[in-house]
Design a protein around this ligand. Structure first.
Ligand code: ZN
Ligand code: ZN
Length: 346
């Protein structure tokens, strides 16, 4: 019988050199940092990694896992490393972590335990710092020609602002913040943190509301050899807005879109579309957004009997070729305050 000469020098088991068990047993297969520091902004919860701030995209549970895992370091020969953590908040800025770790080393299952702690450090982030310091780069002023922007226009502009801020920040433009949205006597002022955002916002608002955009930069100083500008973006809305019902040459027209000096209109008498100049418009009657709903009492040839929504009294209107009401149905009307007449708008 041949004598087996290769044995493990540690445990004497047959093996060519050190056996896997002994090799695994004497390898430091993982280490655990005693503490992990993380810097976060107490106001907006952004996190600083290196010198860079970014918005936190994971919830606290996932963040705890991520931070705890970053304290562990495995030997490169470890296969399938796994860790399970238990967390305990020991103070407002300390989280104690116990880690149970497992893995496969030279084919041998290994396991162990260690503890670490997460240290939470508060620091004001770049964005909150700018906001609290009153820093801004641009102001968007929404104004209208010879009138104050309507509530509808102001609401629309405010909504566009909110949506743009969200989408830019989601795209990682941290400094695209809105520091103030203020309704003034003349319209709306929006103060923004970056000129890029100012430019985008101003063109989106003027595009949506049919305004004309002009920019007025002002040099306010220099920073790191770069000239610093604050830009006022003036969005000038036209005299008439979408949905306005106007009177022109004795006809009621609904404004479908307007630019400076002219409006694209829908003729509420014959249902045609055309363009009119502002100076052809006599006066503003109302806006379809304020239209009232009136019951159609009867139809007779080209006469339409409706009930005044306020008094329920019967009123006769001329039927319109583009409007096809039904008896018992409703139509939308606007009152012409000057003549007392009802204008059918839909
Ligand atoms: Zn051995
Ligand atoms: Zn912050």
């Amino acid at each position: 019988m041949e004598i087996l000469r290769s044995v493990c020098p540690r445990c004497g088991k047959p093996s060519a050199g050190l056996c896997n068990e002994c090799r695994a047993a004497e390898t430091e297969w993982f280490t655990c940092d005693p503490r992990v520091e993380t810097i976060y902004c107490p106001v907006c919860d952004s996190r600083k990694q290196g010198k860079t701030w970014s918005d936190t995209t994971v919830d606290r549970a996932a963040l705890l896992q991520e931070l705890a895992y970053s304290a562990l370091h495995f030997h490169p020969d470890v296969r399938r490393p796994e860790a399970q953590f238990t967390f305990r908040e020991t103070s407002p800025n300390r989280t104690a972590v116990t880690a149970e770790v497992r893995g496969l080393l030279y084919g041998v299952e290994v396991s162990g335990e260690c503890s670490t702690k997460i240290v939470w450090i508060k620091e004001q982030c770049d964005r909150c710092n700018r906001i609290s310091g009153g820093y801004y780069e641009g102001i968007i002023q929404v104004r209208a020609t010879d009138r104050r922007p309507s509530t509808r226009e102001i609401d629309r502009a405010a909504r566009i602002t909110e949506e743009l801020e969200t989408s830019l920040q989601e795209a990682g433009e941290r400094l695209a913040f809105v520091s103030k949205v203020e309704a003034t006597r003349d319209g709306l002022d929006i103060v923004v943190g970056s000129n890029h955002m100012g430019q985008l916002l101003a063109s989106q608002i003027s595009g949506a509301l049919g305004g004309r955009l002009s920019t007025h930069p002002k040099l306010v100083g220099e920073k790191d050899g770069k000239k610093l500008y604050r830009i006022t973006f003036l969005v000038r809305l036209p005299r008439y807005q979408r949905g306005d019902v106007v009177l022109s040459r004795g006809r009621y027209l609904e404004v479908r879109s307007a630019t400076q000096g002219q409006a694209q209109v829908f003729d509420l008498q014959d249902g045609s579309n055309r363009i009119v100049r502002e100076d052809e418009i006599e006066r503003l009657v109302g806006n379809v957004g304020d239209a009232e709903s009136a019951l159609v009492a009867y139809l007779y040839d080209d006469v339409l009997g409706i009930l005044d929504p306020r008094t329920q009294g019967a009123v006769e209107c001329r039927a319109l070729p583009w409007l096809h009401p039904e008896e018992g149905g409703t139509v939308l009307v606007i009152r012409d305050g000057e003549t007392g007449q009802f204008v059918l708008v839909g």
